[in-house]
Write a protein that binds this ligand. Structure first.
Ligand SMILES: [Zn+2]
Length: 125
């Protein structure tokens, strides 16, 4: 029966979708230089970075929220390579983080921050 086949297909699709959803978002190595070096992201890039991450922080995996006022879980679009270090405003350099991780990262590049973060995780923070 065609109806039965359809049901099976939709079940498989749901499985694949939940797999996609649960896959962890990885922090980006970043991108620097070019005309967008040291500049802020456009709203379009920020939205794309949020979408890529499934609205999760790339560092701690927490769901991020949209808020106009400061909040620990607020979505901050981070320059993977900091502006100070010539990081540019392309999507390659944009990643969704929670405010807590973003403030913690400060002007560090992702690579440096991850080293600190892993170190802290080992210490049980
Ligand atoms: Zn976070």
């Amino acid at each position: 029966m065609p109806v039965k086949r359809l049901k099976v297909a939709s079940k498989a699709f749901k499985g694949a979708k939940s797999l996609l959803k649960s896959s962890k978002v990885a922090p980006k190595p970043g991108s620097k230089g070019g005309p967008g070096a040291g500049k802020d992201f456009s709203e379009k890039i920020k939205d794309a970075a949020r979408q890529e991450s499934g609205d999760k922080c790339v560092f701690c995996g927490k769901d991020t929220i949209r808020s106009k006022t400061p909040h620990p879980d607020r979505s901050n679009i981070d320059h993977s390579i900091s502006k100070k270090n010539g990081g540019n405003n392309t999507l390659e350099n944009a990643q969704n983080t929670c405010q807590t991780c973003n403030l913690d990262k400060g002007a560090a590049n992702t690579k440096e921050y991850l080293e600190q973060y892993r170190h802290a995780a080992r210490k049980g923070f």
